[in-house]
Design a protein around this ligand. Structure first.
Ligand code: AMP
Length: 262
């Protein structure tokens, strides 16, 4: 068990980037890191908040047009928003976790010309789960605090956010055909972007699956209707997966190794 106070001290002021395909849990991992005191900045949340707060502005209309189709919003909109948010004093002092940016090589080049990141975390989730978790898992989100839920990680009271009690909604872009499109686009973008992320020298993979012979507390495994869920892995095998709590522990252990040490 890691010492949370030392972990918080260790990550203070650090610049973390969370990267992964749609549905890989970037939002949840960012929330885990936010709980350590980092400022969480999510490109998708920033955009969804813009739509919520200024639904009739020209900028929101453009954003909604692209988001609904599952397309990236144009860089001249997203890049200044993200770079601007990274320059705020609070963000520089506390450190940040950025998710959903960069998504393209060009965005990556702009970002890394401005900041030296301390960690680029790649969320390694089997392909078969990406659409499954969002569609069959019935992903829903809190419109107020943006916390995500699914049937694998349901809220304590159905339909209501555990944190702020707002009524949960389905995301604008969580539709099977749109998810497929977003995954295809991701495949193209990742080929160009991955070498750049790796070249930072700070690249780390965080896997959601559990090795066959790894002994693990059942409470840390993903279950559906009480049964341990087995996912089809990218090499055609089967594996168990960590649930929210299990992933949080795996993430904190990794962060501990990197920023605190023994
Ligand atoms: P997310 O919440 O990360 O799944 O993002 C939801 C949607 O926001 C994406 O499908 C895009 O339309 C838009 N978006 C998020 N991040 C970016 C980005 N870095 N560049 C352009 N559009 C983005």
């Amino acid at each position: 068990m890691v010492d949370l106070d030392r972990l918080k001290e260790g990550v203070r002021g650090k610049k973390l980037i969370v990267f992964g395909p749609p549905g890989s849990g970037k939002g949840n991992r960012s929330n885990d890191l936010k709980a350590l005191g980092l400022v969480a900045i999510s490109a998708g949340i920033v955009l969804r908040n813009r739509l919520r707060d200024e639904p009739n502005s020209d900028l929101s209309k453009k954003v909604a047009y692209h988001m609904k189709k599952g397309e990236l919003v144009p860089s001249d909109i997203i890049v200044p928003i993200i770079l601007g948010s990274l320059e705020q004093r609070d963000v520089l002092e506390r450190g940040f976790v950025l998710d959903g940016f960069p998504r393209t090589r060009d965005q990556g080049k702009v970002l890394f010309s401005r900041i030296d990141s301390d960690l680029v975390l790649f969320l390694d989730v089997p392909r078969s789960f990406l659409t499954y978790g969002v569609i069959e898992g019935n992903r829903r989100v809190c419109p107020t605090c943006q916390k995500g839920y699914s049937d694998f990680d349901p809220p304590k009271e159905e339909g209501l956010c555990d944190i702020c009690r707002s009524r949960l909604v389905k995301r604008l872009d969580d539709d099977a055909s749109i998810i497929e499109k977003r995954l295809k686009d991701y495949d193209k973008q990742v080929k160009e972007l991955l070498p750049l992320l790796e070249s930072t020298g700070k690249f780390q993979k965080l896997s959601i699956t559990v090795d066959k012979d790894e002994e693990i507390d059942e409470r840390l495994l993903k279950k559906i209707k009480g049964e341990v869920y087995w996912v089809e892995t990218d090499d055609g095998g089967k594996a168990r997966m960590l649930n929210l709590e299990g992933m949080r522990m795996r993430l904190y252990n990794l962060i501990w190794e990197i920023f605190v040490g023994s």
